[in-house]
Write a new protein. Sequence first.
Length: 335
Amino acid sequence: MAWFGRLLVGILGMALASGALAQDARAVGPKRAAMLPAALNQSDTYRLWPGRAPGAAGDTPSDTPTLTVYRPGRWSNGTAVIIAPGGAYVSLSTTLEGTEPARWFTARGVTAFVLVYRVGRGAVLPVPLLDGARAVRFVRAYADEFKIDPARIGMMGFSAGGHLAATTAVGATPGNPNASDPVERVGSRPDFLILAYPWLEGMQLRPDGGSSYCDFVTADLRIPCNPKDYASYLPLQHVTDNTPPAFIYHTSDDELVPVEGSVRFYLALRAAKVPAEMHVFQTGPHGTGLGGSNPELSHWPELLQEWMRARALLPVPRSGEARSWSKEQHAGETP
């Protein structure tokens, strides 16, 4: 767990340097000192830090991690999910693996947050992990303002976003009650995990000394990448009995991210006695989001729905009501 310690020190040090959230904020009541920052451009998109993000070289949109909130229309059940799109840490599939899942959740009374974390040349690991931990703290710190339960905040990740979500969960730390920044006073542990074809072993060293992560960094970003520098960012190595309950979805013939990585993570959860459910479909390409137009893969959100109901994260239909909401077919981009 040494790298988690180094990462925590970096988070705390840079957070203190960024200053408190008092600027561009409003007071929220006598019992808490927390303040919700003003949304960017008068929208529902919030920057994770009030000033320059820790580790950022500038103030451009690509240097600024954000959360966009999608609120349920007619009713809310208090559950929240932070969604991390995939893209191999070189890009983000924010529609197929961001806004579309967010709308699926809001139709079921769940408040959804799409995380735009930093990727690209200036954001090699561990920079995205700073954004993942901060996102969970941010949503929990302002749970009252978002009208959600601070004990029912989950994290969902697709592909590389699945690595981000899993790593955030296994590396979670409690809040610092003495922090000047109210966001840093709460913990970064998600209460549940949803992993869709997660890229959990992209940093694993191969026999030739390379790694899938460095393959993408060198090919897409055209910068040097030493696989040994990132070999410790493997969530499998850090699973404990404090890892949150998880739902995992994958396909057997995923051509980009082998299913074996998800299987090994599932078995590690089982060994740690962490509640986990995994569904492996026989066939299907990588990067299908909620299943798209594939009639078989489009069933996996229904399985997720029932898992969430069983964990009291969604309401159970009353007698006579339909067992599931109407399905939406999602077709579109690939990550």
